[in-house]
Ligand binder design. Structure first.
Ligand code: CA
Ligand code: CA
Length: 227
């Protein structure tokens, strides 16, 4: 663990003090909205405020807001300043600041960065993942692929190229009442019909293993694991 240098500590304290007036105003304690926040420089004497802070590099390390390849208190300060409007994060700096992948940048992201900096939590913040759509083709030979591993929030799109009707079912044939995800649409025990040449997409939420089959040909099985 690397402790902040004296310069960095001075900067952090100065920045936090500079943020106080906006916190006060946001709580209704001040009526003057024309307060100009003081300008400060970072540890490399770069002008920080007021104005935009564009990431200084294409760094994609989650939590490293200023792109210096380190996650420390200075990154937390940048997040706090962004949160109260003292300066604005953009580009990869903004993307890296959302350490909890909540979709916005706020004080909680700064808390995570500080906890990482002092060693309270692992500093490996996961980048936001984009939900995927996985394709499964059904033919006279069955599902392809017939085993699939996906993430919570992903979708599966079945395309029926078998030349006949497909009825997707999850759970024990023929009742299907023990389905976990129940992609049948109208409830446990049902099946979803897909005509030849048509497709059907279902969004999987939660985790578990879906044991599926074609209700009209239960020997054609499909296992989807959602993690
Ligand atoms: Ca940094
Ligand atoms: Ca966040």
């Amino acid at each position: 663990m690397t402790f902040p240098t004296k310069t960095r500590v001075v900067y952090i304290v100065a920045s936090l003090l500079a943020a106080i007036p906006l916190f006060v105003m946001s709580c209704g304690g001040g009526g003057n909205t024309n307060v100009t926040p003081p300008s400060v420089t970072d540890v490399n004497n770069r002008e920080m405020a007021p104005g935009d802070i564009t990431a200084r590099s294409a760094n994609t390390l989650q939590g490293d807001v200023d792109g210096d390849s380190a996650i420390d208190g200075f990154d937390a300060v940048l997040v706090l300043r962004h949160d109260v409007g003292l300066s604005i994060l953009t580009g990869s700096g903004l993307a890296n600041a959302d350490t909890d992948n909540s979709g916005d940048v706020d004080g909680y992201d700064a808390v995570l960065i500080l906890r990482c900096d002092v060693g309270l939590i692992d500093c490996t913040f996961e980048a936001a993942t984009t939900p995927e759509t996985h394709d499964i083709t059904y033919t006279a030979n069955g599902f392809s692929p017939d085993t699939l591993s996906i993430s919570d929030g992903d979708s599966v799109r079945w395309t029926n190229n078998s030349g006949s009707l497909l009825r997707i079912a999850e759970g024990t044939h023929p009742v299907h009442t023990d389905c976990i995800f129940c992609p049948q649409g109208s409830g446990a025990g049902d099946t979803i019909p897909i005509s030849n040449g048509a497709d059907y997409t279902f969004l999987f939420t939660g985790t578990g293993t879906a044991n599926m089959h074609n209700h009209l040909n239960p020997e054609h099985t499909l296992v989807i694991t959602v993690q």
